[in-house]
Write a protein that binds this ligand. Structure first.
Ligand SMILES: Nc1ncnc2c1ncn2[C@@H]1O[C@H](COP(=O)(O)OP(=O)(O)OP(=O)(O)O)[C@@H](O)[C@H]1O
Ligand SMILES: [Mg+2]
Length: 430
């Protein structure tokens, strides 16, 4: 093969990673082509930058079988690159044109001293980067320091707190990062065997589907109320680009946290669809902050719908809230008291209507991960469920459930509830 003819086809999703960048990150579910993309790029860079020193890294590499060596060998053979082109495969390394080399190693075998042998390397390809420890990342970043050096990170996310997720998805990725999300649906060469695996997973292991195939964080596997509904929504394409209908009213469903988080879902009911457009959450902020968010995001005409479960909440706080929201210029109403077991009633309502729900993925990211996590508290000793766990995810889930209850309610039941003047703590409909 000659230089001018190397053409590695690239899926569109990876195109932003073709131009030079200090950090190239690609995260997503299985079979999205992440490994093949970076393998191809490494071969290409080795061919065009004579003498390039590259290292393929894993957190743990017990033998070369655990390494990316086979991937690189396969890529070379696929493009008929061999000794005539300057590549030569050795037992533990691959020689590349102009006295370059690709080596393979595990971070756990390195110390702060030994890692220094990598100074001068200009490509670090960190495969399965979700397993990379914080220590490894700290060792690696300053080591790969040569002019025009690049660090590459493909990974399948597990937890929001994994170091690679914190680094690239934690809100302030390092300067010079290009981050893409890639899933099976972005892979034009997605093989039939993997498609079969995907469909089998959807059927037999729906709780894990979004994690394995769509790149979501792991959700709790037993007792997660919405795991399979979310998996279905994803596979049916109901989590993606959802736009507001400018002619339809906008509703804002609140869960009011007096001392903890306040959550708001923004939704429209359009025909038989519930379009969930946005999600907001804040801890320890005054009402003015929530209202400002509504205004700043174009929801200044939203009808605010508030919970009213006297079992969990102080009626006076709720009514004050409603008044405050009204005096801020919003329409507001409370959904009537659902009495005992309100949380489970919300879950049941949500499950009934879930198939009609569409989510704007970008705007609802935080809310979606909370819905994925929302789960039953269990007493393992007695093997019984104790109702929904109250944790960081339950506020989002409560406000979401409120929306579903409200959607289900026949129009007559949606009349406004107001506190009767001069009457303490009881409700009348008007
Ligand atoms: N450029 C390509 N040319 C031909 N086939 C490709 C290409 N990219 C991906 N594929 C096909 O897609 C499959 C999945 O690609 P790859 O293994 O790179 O995905 P991945 O995102 O690394 O998956 P995993 O999360 O399982 O590690 C490959 O086995 C191959 O069949
Ligand atoms: Mg891979």
């Amino acid at each position: 093969m000659s230089l001018s003819t190397l053409q590695i086809p690239t899926a569109r999703v990876f195109e932003p990673l073709l131009k030079p960048a200090r950090y190239k990150a690609a995260w997503g579910g299985r079979g999205s082509g992440k490994s093949r993309f970076f393998g191809g790029l490494l071969v290409e860079d080795s061919l065009y930058h004579k003498g390039l020193l590259s290292v393929c890294i894993r957190e743990v590499q017990k033998t070369l079988k655990d390494s990316s060596k086979r991937l690189i060998e396969y890529t070379l053979s696929e493009h008929r690159l061999g000794e005539a082109d300057g590549f030569k495969i050795y037992e533990d390394r691959i020689k590349t044109p102009g006295d370059g080399v690709i080596i393979f190693m595990g971070m756990q075998d390195h110390t702060a001293e030994s890692i220094k042998s990598l100074e001068g390397f200009r490509r670090a390809f960190v495969e399965e980067a979700q397993t990379l420890s914080g220590r490894s990342l700290e060792l690696l970043r300053p080591t790969i320091r040569a002019e025009d050096s690049e660090l590459w990170f493909p990974w399948n996310p597990r937890k929001r707190t994994d170091p690679v997720d914190v680094m690239f998805r934690g809100g302030s990725p390092p300067t010079g990062s290009v981050v893409v999300r890639a899933n099976w649906s972005d892979n034009p060469w997605f093989p039939a065997a993997l498609e079969q695996e995907r469909l089998d997973c959807l059927r037999s292991n729906p709780d894990q589907y979004a994690h394995i195939w769509e790149g979501d964080y792991v959700t709790i596997s037993t007792g997660a109320y919405y795991a399979s509904d979310l998996a279905r929504a994803r596979s049916e394409g109901r989590i993606g680009n959802v736009a507001a209908d400018p002619l339809m009213p906008i509703k804002a469903y609140w869960d009011i946290g007096v001392s903890d988080a306040t959550s708001i879902w923004i939704a429209q009911f359009v025909g038989r669809e519930i379009r969930v457009l946005d999600y907001y959450e804040a801890v320890g902020q005054p009402l003015a902050a929530h209202v400002a968010w509504l205004r700043d995001n174009g929801y200044d005409r939203a009808e605010c719908v508030l919970p009213h479960d006297s079992a969990q909440r102080d009626a006076i706080t709720a009514i004050r809230f409603e008044d405050h929201i009204r005096s801020a210029g919003f329409e507001a109403r409370a959904v009537s008291n659902q009495g005992r077991g309100a949380a489970m009633k919300r879950v049941e309502a949500a499950r009934r209507v879930f198939a009609s729900i569409w989510f704007n993925e970008k705007r609802c990211e935080g809310g979606l991960s909370a819905l994925g996590w929302y789960h039953e508290k269990r007493d393992d000793a007695r093997n019984i469920g104790l109702g929904p766990e109250h944790d960081w995810a339950s506020h989002a889930a409560d406000a979401f459930g409120l929306m579903c209850v409200d959607y289900e309610a026949p129009p007559a039941a949606k009349r406004k509830l107001r506190l009767e003047p001069g009457h303490k703590g009881s409700w009348m409909s008007v």
